[in-house]
Design a protein around this ligand. Sequence first.
Ligand code: HXC
Length: 516
Amino acid sequence: MSRERKLLELKERQDKAKLGGGEKAIEKQHQRGKLTARERVTLLLDENSFEEIDMFRTHTSTNFGMEDKKVFGDGIITGYGTIHGRAVFVYSFDFTVFGGSLSQVVAEKVVKVQEMAAKIGAPIIGINDSGGARIQEGVDALSGYTSIFLRNVLYSGVVPQISAVVGPAAGGAVYSPALTDFIFMVRNSSFMFLTGPKIVKTVTHEDVTADELGGADMHATKSGITHFTYDDEHSLFEGIRELVKYLPQNNMEEPLLQPNDDPVDRIDEELNYIVPENANKAYDMKDVVLKILDNGQFMEVQKAYAPNIVIGFGTLNGRTVGVVANQPKHLAGVLDSNSSVKAARFIRFCDAFNIPLITFEDVPGFMPGTMQEFNGIIRHGAKMLYAYAEATVPKLTVITRKAYGGAFCVMNSKQLRGDFTFAWPSAEVAVMGPEGASEIIFSKEIQTADDPQAKLDEKIKEYRDKFANPYVAAGRGIIDEVIEPKFTRYKLIKALELLKTKRDDNPPKKHGNIPL
Ligand code: HXC
């Protein structure tokens, strides 16, 4: 064969591979309102940065006449490229080929990029749109899934792992995304469930649509499985690019310093007036967070799930920080099972990837009641406690108002190795709120009083005057500094600068036993 012919053959093969399941299947994919695997990779990565690996691999199955149905790439595109100039690995399931189902070869392609990402120390992003295990391959597909799961686990905390679910993810296809750090879903075309509506109907007799059972909004609000939800795939891939900006390449690096034009000593007078004088009135903690971070930029994670706690990424003088903030606007910022688990997982991610934690605290305590106790709030609250305690990254706290009881201990207190705790003059740090405390310790006096309500009010005032302030705690060194709210940004940035060289360790062990 002549050199020219050989070059032509390569080009022909490449063109064929790029068509995946063929033009008709691509048209059908578009009709379903979905992009193709290649269009997705193009949107995700920097322009012209994608380099494909294993383009010509084909499956090896001979069951059900499969030997005559081979497609270059076998239903997945794998390779590497850059996001904001930094290397990332990517795999993108191609629904136009056997419904993006997972064959042994598909699994081997995924494992290859997983291993390269870990060896090189670069994030890996999986784009999922798949009918699950390739039915014609039986147990080979199952083994394939399992080998992917193993790498998800081994490289957890080594390189950031991100999943886009932009089509069906049923059965085994859900567990790889579930093991990764962040899941992105899109409304109307993403579905994640272990068993689909038909099996649900047979087993539990429930009538439920695919969207109700595993759509993006369900996972964003009820299960908390998805971290980011978008209306269309274009915004979803923009979202992943934004997230990657905040992350380091791997656990041995720090996130890249972002250019910052927001003055370090910017004062925001409004912060002095943001906490209402009436301690029972709500305010939006996100307003506080936005006023303090660089240019008011905050990428909120799990926005619609357990909104009584707010988590997300921002920068302070260009350095990535992970924010954990009680939200007085929802359930008065109380800690319950869901908010505890939400925060615990985020704290552990930040700690694994050298991202300092900033905690904004206004918490009346843990949620009482049978619902929470039956649900295991003790175990779930302990997860958050565990996460803060084991974290060795710089840890700063700003107490804006309430810091009561167990919730005070849990929310990055000094005794959990919090580095600096700042309190605003509106802070109330005590074992419990004035109402509950007065009813317990002054119960006899109240019961025997001529006017019990007046006595209770008097005792509440007495307790509030004594404890509902930051100065008792500041007098014990539990708070490092009481600050004027308008200086919070400057104080946090200064502390972060100082803590750049912080070194802290945990005792040697195989691994801890977080109360799962
Ligand atoms: C082989 C599959 C397939 C699969 C879909 N296809 N899923 N081929 N193995 N798992 C093929 C279809 O035959 C079809 O081929 C093409 O992909 C497109 O599928 P459609 O059904 O036409 O598409 P759509 O209507 O959009 O429905 C998508 C779907 C549905 C919801 C994903 O295909 C479906 O329910 N698939 C099966 C899902 C499932 O039960 N998977 C196995 C899970 S068990 P043609 O040639 O007609 O275009 C599992 C165990 C792993 O994953 C456990 C590990 C822990």
